[in-house]
Design a binder for this molecule. Structure first.
Ligand SMILES: Cc1cc2nc3c(=O)[nH]c(=O)nc-3n(C[C@H](O)[C@H](O)[C@H](O)COP(=O)(O)OP(=O)(O)OC[C@H]3O[C@@H](n4cnc5c(N)ncnc54)[C@H](O)[C@@H]3O)c2cc1C
Length: 482
């Protein structure tokens, strides 16, 4: 935590400025309770010990060394003392991706995101620093980019998500950080760099300077038509940058252009975000707008807008047909924050392990409760790569870990798979500097972990996210203890 404080440029304002003074005594007490709760978790029996174990000697392979891959490896290492565990992960550096938003907001610096997989992979686990090029689940083996064949008895796939900036015509990754374009997501997970987070902070500052220049700039924030990791990040950047201006009594024409039809899937959270927006001057929502092309030089973004019109009256149904239509809409901007379309890694798209058709094509075809592959019983999934209806967040991967590993061990022991994922997803929506709506939900709906109104923006969640989550991530989650 001292690391964060020493590096943070704006943290002093957060600690001594407006947001903290807005913290009520009640919130302060809750925060103390929360930190006490977290401290208790540190001393509690490790979750890995609570799950099933086996003394069998089997070859277990984990593919991917991000959040899910490292958590699965740590838990497998505890549960399977006699197994030969191998992880295939190209990245020596492991990035704490949720912190990219805090870098973008000027509160962390890039070094605050970085750790080393050599310090996270348990000793005794074989680490192949390479990437899987082909999966061959019919023969229980994979081949790496370097040409190595690795056989397994059981496999956990943890390869995460891939960004497709190239699906936006006219845009290249090299454009990000130029011509008023930013994207907090842009990173190279293999090299362990998050360039997009750094350029987004510069973009915040450039937007503020432009607003101070007299003319109200137009800033567009996009959200694509594919599943994305951390579905709240597009709006986090919107509200934090708008607040960055508001603190100086500056404003812009903020445009939230999303392929979706509402601010959030859950009505109470969407309503609360609507209230948040009223506090900014001025946010316009462009729903059902999907960014498809950009003229980078002339600062024009082209969206495919989808909408419905009334068709013929149907005498049998006694109602009008509704006809789906699409049209192209150009928008000029001074600044644009782009969230790229996302998809599964190519190795999965090309393999028998992905869903074979439809919109889920290429995402790992696992059961949404057991996280076991639907066609290959010795294969399990964890994290963003799973082709299930919810859960592309680090918090979801944390919930997957005991289920993925517990069910893999049960499968190995010939026991029924008893652990079930409920769809848990967490979205800490930063609504301003110092406030977060902690949206937690599962397959059924809202699922708050604490008895607090989840739709209320609170300082306590901000403090939890900014100060506590990162140490918890490195010291508890990555060790499989939480
Ligand atoms: C800007 C941003 C903000 C976020 N905010 C939050 C938040 O507030 N809360 C939250 O819970 N989550 C948040 N997340 C999401 C969270 O970081 C991810 O959901 C989480 O990292 C998923 O873990 P994973 O293991 O599935 O994927 P990753 O952690 O991305 O790891 C996947 C790994 O697999 C490797 N890989 C890929 N292909 C192969 C291959 N063929 N062979 C071997 N290795 C391969 C990659 O190099 C990578 O290291 C955020 C993410 C971003 C980018």
């Amino acid at each position: 935590m001292s690391n964060i404080i020493s590096h943070s440029k704006n943290l002093v304002n957060i600690l001594h400025g407006e947001p903290q003074s807005a913290m009520s005594r009640r919130d302060a007490l809750k925060f103390i309770g929360l930190t006490g709760g977290a401290a208790m978790m540190m001393g509690a029996p490790v979750a890995a010990e609570a799950g099933p174990s086996s003394d069998k000697n089997a070859k277990v392979l984990v593919v991917g060394g991000g959040a899910g891959g490292i958590m699965a490896t740590a838990r497998l290492h505890s549960a399977l003392p006699n197994a030969e565990i191998t992880i295939i992960a190209p990245n020596e550096i492991h990035l704490y991706q949720p912190g990219q938003v805090f870098v973008a907001a000027g509160l962390y610096v890039h070094d605050d995101l970085v750790n080393h997989n050599k310090d996270l992979i348990p000793s005794g686990v074989t680490w192949i620093k390479d990437e899987v090029k082909t999966f061959d689940p019919d023969n229980n083996k994979v081949t790496t980019r370097g040409g190595k064949e690795v056989a397994y008895d059981y496999m956990v796939v943890a390869t995460g998500i891939v960004y497709h900036y190239d699906w936006i015509k006219g845009l290249t990754e090299a454009d990000i950080g130029t011509n008023g374009i930013s994207s907090v997501y842009l990173s190279d997970l293999e090299k362990g760099t998050a360039h997009g987070a750094d350029v987004t902070w510069e973009w915040f500052e450039a937007l503020k300077a432009a607003a101070a220049g007299g003319k109200k700039p137009t800033a567009i924030y996009t959200q694509p038509n594919t599943p994305i990791k951390c579905g709240g990040a597009p709006q986090k950047i919107l509200y934090l940058s708008a607040d960055h201006l508001r603190k100086e009594n500056l404003a812009a024409n903020f445009v939230f252009a999303t392929n979706g039809g509402k601010l959030f899937g859950l009505p109470t959270i969407a309503a609360s975000l609507g209230e948040v927006q009223k506090g900014y001057d001025t946010i316009t929502n462009k729903f059902k707008h999907n960014l498809v092309a950009m003229d980078v030089k002339n600062k024009v973004a082209t969206f495919e807008e989808h909408y419905t019109v009334k068709g013929e009256y149907d005498e049998d149904l006694k109602e009008f047909d509704m006809i789906e239509k699409k049209r192209m809409v150009d928008m000029n901007y001074d600044f644009i924050h782009v969230v790229p379309p996302m998809g599964p890694p190519q190795a999965l798209v090309d393999s028998a392990l992905g869903w074979q058709k439809g919109t889920a094509k290429g995402w790992l075809e696992v059961d949404q409760h057991t996280l076991q592959h639907k066609r290959y019983a010795n294969v399990f999934g964890i994290g963003d790569v799973c082709g299930i209806p919810k859960g592309k967040t680090g918090g979801s991967a944390r919930h997957h870990a005991p289920i993925t590993v517990g069910n893999l061990v049960s499968q190995m022991n010939g026991d029924p798979l008893e652990k079930s994922f409920d769809g848990y997803t967490v979205c800490p929506l930063k609504t301003e500097y110092g406030k977060i709506i902690m949206a937690e939900f599962d397959y059924e709906g809202l699922a708050p972990s604490f008895p607090l109104d989840p739709a209320e923006p609170r300082w306590v969640w901000w403090a939890f996210d900014l100060y506590m989550l990162k140490p918890m991530y490195w010291h508890l989650m990555m060790k499989g203890w939480m």
